[in-house]
Design a binder for this molecule. Sequence first.
Ligand code: AP5
Ligand code: MG
Length: 213
Amino acid sequence: MRTRLMMLGPPGAGKGTQAQRLAEALRIPQISTGDMLRAAKAQGTPLGLEAAGYMDRGELVPDEVVVGIVKERLAGADVAQGFILDGFPRTVPQAEALAEAGVQLDAVINVSVPEDELMARITGRLSCPSCGAAFHRDNHPPRQEGTCDACGSALIVRKDDSAEVFGQRLRSYQAKTAPLAAFYQDRGLLFEVEGTGPLDVIQARIRDIVDAG
Ligand code: AP5
Ligand code: MG
């Protein structure tokens, strides 16, 4: 079984949604740099203050900042059986830093969704600030309006989920993150997953890759 995993894909591809389900099923942690940075921002820590401007503009936070928090997280005892990186690495230098730190991956799951659907997903998203779960006004509404199904917290609209900031996030993705597909393809680790359709169907596509290893 492949348990050292990374989710790759544009904003709104469903990385977080699928990573959270998979993490529960495999009982391994989901490590979302976006969630970690948003938590630091909400707490007003020096890291959060540094990251806030980049995030609100839809730009990537500098590599050295993100690499530092991921290395620290991967030193935790709970990653011994595996982990799901969600939103990291996001640049070739981040991927190189991960490899240099001795962290090996078993599979990089590249989730693809057409651009117009990404926009509709992002502008209708409702997010849980406590556990990171994502819902959607139309596609995937919470059971009780405004409340997270998973942990009961009040749902919010992420500050970077406007149409304008989404455009910048997509440009950052295309310029800096998309080249990671070739990077991991060269290393024999890339697996493509079609990211449209029901959540369970996409999860099953990912499970096929995980279970085949
Ligand atoms: P991050 O939080 O990682 O955001 P992102 O990559 O833009 O991705 P999203 O979280 O927006 O999308 P997702 O793929 O997780 O989709 P989701 O499952 O929520 O990063 C935010 C910011 O932090 C960055 O812009 C950057 O500033 C900074 N940052 C983070 N990591 C960094 C790094 N490594 N380096 C530098 N900077 C970093 O789904 C989206 C919506 O679609 C939801 O509403 C969901 O319900 C719905 N949906 C999901 N699947 C389906 C489906 N199959 N059908 C219909 N709707 C669906
Ligand atoms: Mg996410």
